[in-house]
Design a protein around this ligand. Structure first.
Ligand SMILES: CC(C)(COP(=O)(O)OP(=O)(O)OC[C@H]1O[C@@H](n2cnc3c(N)ncnc32)[C@H](O)[C@@H]1OP(=O)(O)O)[C@@H](O)C(=O)NCCC(=O)NCCS
Length: 275
């Protein structure tokens, strides 16, 4: 089964399109635990079942390779809030996200990881959701965005929030406004951070995996290394994936910052963070 040739010491984003791995889904089914098999059985729509199996194909194929074992031998534990972790391998901290037709896996290279992927569907972003759940500065940016760009910008904010909350581990048990950011060209400036992460450095970023797929990632560590992006293909092998980098950002706890904040972005972040 080995041959993915993924680097095992750096952060990785590996994604899959369900349609690309249709032929491998019966094999993935054979790797499932009884509970996962039951979950697969309960899906009403075949498309949802295929997405789930593709997510398990991606997860087990890649983690087995990095853990040097077989996909069906992997065992997972889940946290109080449901975040899965590979049993006995904290060095292989990961996170998974799916949307219709695609799944992405972030391997954090030793750092707690959070990832979110969303499908951009014109006209689907709801301004009332933004009004209720987004930071005021995010709402202002949304209102000012060019015609036709609303859905994408909405999902950029949304995925960033979910990626940070999923790295923290609470998921949507925390409110979406626990993390808020300003998007300024290719830099993403945090405005508020979840309390549980405020004292820890973390880095985040955003990529477009395909023209209609927005993805955000977070790693809870001081190093700002951007994950390399790979795609899992039909034959169960991976290849470097083309992607558009949308931006990166980081949070530094106050005491670790060293220098007084300088510049417009830092001043703005400090203002909102109460500095
Ligand atoms: C995690 C969560 C944000 C997922 O949101 P989503 O946009 O529907 O789904 P995504 O596709 O992005 O992510 C789902 C994956 O995240 C992972 N996940 C589940 N719970 C998670 C958590 N608390 N933190 C991080 N990742 C989590 C799982 O791998 C899951 O995929 P799987 O179920 O196929 O294994 C949401 O389900 C959530 O908030 N869960 C926590 C709920 C909770 O705390 N309940 C209280 C229990 S007491």
């Amino acid at each position: 089964m080995k041959n993915l040739r993924l680097p095992d010491d750096e952060p990785l984003l590996v994604w899959v399109r369900t349609a690309d791995v249709a032929a491998a889904l019966p094999q993935a089914q054979g790797w499932l635990t009884p509970a996962e098999r039951e979950r697969a059985r309960r899906f009403v729509f075949d498309g949802d079942r295929a997405d789930f199996l593709a997510s398990r194909f991606l997860l087990r194929r890649v983690l087995a390779e990095l853990a040097d074992t077989e996909p069906e031998r992997l065992a997972f534990d889940t946290s109080r809030h449901g975040k899965p972790a590979l049993r006995g391998r904290p060095d292989l901290a990961f996170n998974l996200s799916h949307c219709r037709g695609a799944t992405v896996l972030l391997i954090g290279a030793g750092a707690a990881a959070g990832v979110d992927i969303e499908l951009v569907q014109p006209g689907r972003a709801d301004p009332l959701v933004a009004q209720r759940l987004f930071h005021r500065a995010e709402q202002i940016q949304l209102l000012a965005c060019p015609r036709g760009g609303y859905d994408r910008l909405f999902l950029r904010f949304w995925t960033l929030k979910e990626a940070v909350l999923k790295a923290e581990g609470s998921g949507l048990a925390l409110p979406l406004d626990a993390f808020a950011a300003l998007i300024d060209d290719d830099s993403i400036v945090p405005l508020t951070v979840p309390l549980a992460l405020a004292a820890r450095p973390f880095a985040f970023g955003q990529v477009e995996l395909a023209p209609d797929l927005v993805c955000a990632w977070t790693r809870v560590c001081a190093d700002r290394q951007v994950p390399t992006t790979w795609q899992l293909g039909a034959s169960g092998t991976v290849y470097p994936a083309p992607q558009v980098r949308l931006g990166t950002g980081s949070h530094r706890p106050r005491q670790a910052a060293g220098l007084p904040p300088a510049g417009r972005k830092a001043a703005l972040a400090a203002l909102v963070l109460g500095g």
